[in-house]
Design a protein around this ligand. Structure first.
Ligand code: C2O
Ligand code: CU
Length: 501
């Protein structure tokens, strides 16, 4: 499977995790040269201008809807690793445009599938009707266009979108079927945040890849770690060895871990502090002064960093705290993105001391607790099944979800449609970096995370949303379940699901 999408289905590729092979390959990696010990990652040579995905704000039609046209296509893109690679691009040769929308907009997405295989586009972190969610039930046949519509109603945030066909998500996202999605709210007034896209407000989509000697990206979603694929080369927005030309005193980086399995612990190579202003689904209640922010796959953070004229500083990933010996899951210290400041920098505003919040939920209002036990590639003993609804949730109920990782290895947990709050991790309240709106949470081995959430507005007894581990190989293997949101007294009606199992 070198450089080519796997020909067999994920079901055919499923097999148990081979620990002996993992250990062997790791030993070989450690013995090899050109990689940092314990990281399996090569130190990049910085020198390539950071690619900035095109900003797409859609076109507003007569009825006031904002329409976005997205074309998911097989492409060629040169990662600078010895020649062009086959990729998936969305309106581009690799990844997709950054979509920008405003709270209150009614959007119309036209997603054309120009691939030779089934795909979907899921709006990760979006509050959206289940039919418009773009999960595994909204498959788009090759040649077809899918056109969901909904009204944006959630706090400003850095979301993303990516393909989500069951069993094929890991390989498609890796090949490039993903992009960033920004939500804005002009009614919040001026918070002093850098907001000029591509100038002082910069998408940072971080992925690890491996390449053949002639530059093809190696598509191997299963990889050699039990958590899935770990690459030996970091790219940002597709750029290897990226350099960003900083022209302002402050720069806002929208960090997205779009990797299959790797967890990053971001900081700077001189350990400078920065302000973390937002997590997955919106602002923290105040800027958090810190020198590290850890992101597992699908998590986001917005940070604002101050630079000095003429300096060079590297966004770097340090060994993550995984709650388990990280050496088997990708560790080490590696440069990610170089910021190169001009000799003269345009002044930047001061950031507001408090950041606006949607009204928080209270755990004392919770109707009950729903429990999810992750172990052995299943949730509550059941691997994902397309024609089974696992949970039925009543709209507007506030619930506590308790997610227990009973495995010796890392997982994380993502819930569609909603931003939740983390109540506690093994009984301890989350730190400030994890206290904002979240849609994905890291769940360390043998630990339990409790989250508080509420599904509102949309009900549909037939079409489910997903919850799952966002380590993409785990998700493909079936660490995923389906829930419907219904009106009080209504029950799930999974009839519609039987057409496409
Ligand atoms: Cu980012 Cu169900 O996915
Ligand atoms: Cu997992």
């Amino acid at each position: 499977m070198w450089g080519q999408p796997p020909a067999t289905s994920a079901r055919g590729r499923r097999r148990s995790i081979d620990t002996a092979a993992t250990v062997l390959v790791l030993a070989l990696l450690l013995a090899g040269c050109g990689v940092l010990p314990g990281s399996g990652i090569a130190a990049p040579e910085f020198g390539n201008p950071l690619r900035i995905p095109e900003l797409l704000e859609g076109s507003v039609s007569g009825d006031g809807r904002r329409s976005f046209d997205l074309d998911v296509t097989e492409r060629q893109f040169d990662f600078g690793q010895g020649g062009p690679s086959s990729t998936i691009g969305i309106n581009s040769n690799y990844l997709g445009p950054t979509l920008r929308m405003t709270r209150g907009d009614t959007v119309n997405m036209n997603v054309q599938n120009s691939l030779q295989e089934l795909t979907t586009l899921h709006w990760h972190g979006m509050h959206v009707p289940a039919r418009a969610d773009g999960g595994p039930h909204q498959l788009i046949d090759p040649g077809d266009t899918w056109s969901p519509s909904w009204t944006i109603d959630q706090a400003p945030a850095t979301l993303w979108y990516h393909s989500h066909p069951h069993g094929e998500t890991a390989q498609q996202v890796y090949r490039g079927a993903a992009g960033m999605l920004l939500i804005e709210d002009p009614n919040q007034g001026d918070l002093g945040l850098p907001d000029e896209y591509g100038v002082d407000d910069v998408p940072v989509i971080v992925q690890d890849k491996s390449f053949t000697s002639d530059g093809q990206q190696i598509v191997d979603p299963e990889g050699t770690a039990s958590t899935g694929f770990l690459g030996d080369t970091i790219v940002v927005n597709g750029t290897y060895g990226p350099v960003f030309d900083v022209t302002t005193q402050k720069i806002r980086l929208r960090l997205l871990n779009a990797s299959n399995a790797r967890v990053y612990n971001f900081g700077f190579d001189d350990d400078r502090e920065f302000e973390m202003i937002a997590g997955d689904g919106g602002y923290l209640d105040a800027p958090l002064r810190t020198d590290r922010v850890q992101l597992s796959p699908a998590e986001r953070a917005e940070i604002v960093v101050t630079v000095r004229p003429g300096e060079e500083v590297q966004l770097t990933s340090y060994p993550p705290d995984l709650g388990v010996n990280p050496s088997r899951y990708g560790t080490g210290t590696v440069g990610v993105l170089q910021l190169r400041a001009r000799e003269t920098l345009a002044p930047s505003a001061d950031i507001a001391e408090e950041l606006p919040q949607d009204p928080p939920l209270s755990p004392s209002d919770a109707a009950g607790t729903r429990r999810f036990r992750i172990s052995g590639l299943a949730i509550n003993g059941r691997p994902m099944q397309m024609n089974r609804i696992d949970d039925t949730v009543t709209v507007d109920d506030i619930e506590i979800w308790e997610i227990a990782n009973r495995d010796p290895q890392p997982h994380n947990f993502h819930v569609h449609d909603v931003q939740f709050r983390i109540l506690d991790i093994d009984g301890e309240p989350p730190g400030p970096a994890l206290s904002g709106p979240k849609d994905t949470v890291y769940v360390p081995p043998q630990r339990t995370v409790r989250i508080l959430l509420q599904f509102s507005d949309y009900t549909d007894p037939q079409w489910p949303y997903m919850y799952h581990c966002h380590l993409l190989w785990h998700e493909d293997l079936g660490i995923m379940g389906q829930f419907v949101v219904v009106r009080p007294g209504q029950s799930a009606d999974p009839q519609a699901l039987h057409n496409h199992t």
